[in-house]
Design a protein around this ligand. Structure first.
Ligand SMILES: N[C@@H](CCC(=O)N[C@@H](CS)C(=O)NCC(=O)O)C(=O)O
Length: 234
């Protein structure tokens, strides 16, 4: 049921919209990390899903994910993780100091700006598209683009176990979720990044969310993967 169809006199549980193959994975991971009671609505991309009128009414971008938290509707995957972490785990998963918060924003914006697109291009052309349709040139270019930012991340987690210090926070979740598909790359040039990513993705909450993603990946027809590559010019 859509959140907006519920009477506002009762509290509805958090709803996470988007099949786990998409960036909804990020929202699912934080919800599991926080132990939230939530409903997952695994809608697809496109006209039969996020671009259908009832969902455009919630997220006019027609993209996934978005959440409805008792009537508060939010899109942008990392805004969702930051919001939920701050709401439910301020001072723990969400750093409690001004500097810790700023460091979390820094890494989250960095992940979107520097590595999100490159990892997506690489994974489509290395893993997700049918082998005959993968373009080696796009895959190689993506690896070139990722090399410098991956070195930056590698250096950051060489000095300390996690991005904001000794403890795992939503900063780690955001960056690790954005580059999660890089776990299938040859990461031998960035061993600290590899160890940190492996550590983040081994968390019980991450494993549960990854299992949902793997199932959705396996069930995704090639036509949909082609559409993803085309829509996003990847
Ligand atoms: N910056 C947005 C990107 C959202 C996005 O592009 N989602 C993809 C799925 S991972 C999507 O819905 N694509 C289908 C489309 O654009 O029609 C976020 O992080 O939430």
């Amino acid at each position: 049921m859509l959140g907006r169809e519920l009477g506002r006199d009762r509290v509805s549980k958090l709803q996470i919209y988007g099949i786990a193959r998409t960036r909804a994975f990020r929202a699912l991971w934080i919800a599991k990390e926080l132990g939230l009671d939530y409903e997952h609505l695994p809608i697809e991309i496109g006209d039969a899903g996020a671009r259908a009128p009832e969902f455009l009414g919630l997220n006019p971008n027609g993209r996934l994910p978005f959440i409805d938290d008792d009537g508060f509707v939010l899109f942008e995957s990392l805004a969702i993780t930051l919001y939920l972490a701050k709401k439910h785990s301020n001072g723990k998963l969400y750093p409690g100091t001004l500097e810790g918060e700023a460091r979390t924003w820094q890494w989250s914006f960095w992940a979107i700006a520097e590595v999100d697109r490159g990892v997506n291009i690489w994974s489509l052309h290395a893993v997700r598209l049918p082998p005959a349709e993968r373009e080696a040139a796009k895959r190689d270019e993506a690896l070139k683009v990722l090399a410098a930012p991956f070195k930056v991340l590698d250096a950051a987690v060489a000095k300390q176990p996690y991005l904001v210090g000794d403890d795992f926070t939503v900063a780690d979740l955001n960056v690790a979720a954005v580059i999660s598909r890089a776990i299938d790359m040859d990461l031998s040039a960035v061993p600290n990044l590899k160890a940190w990513l492996t550590r983040c993705l081994a968390r019980p909450a991450a494993r549960e969310a990854l299992a949902l993603k793997a199932k959705a990946d396996a069930e995704t027809p090639a036509a949909v993967t082609r559409r993803i590559a085309k829509i996003n010019r990847l």
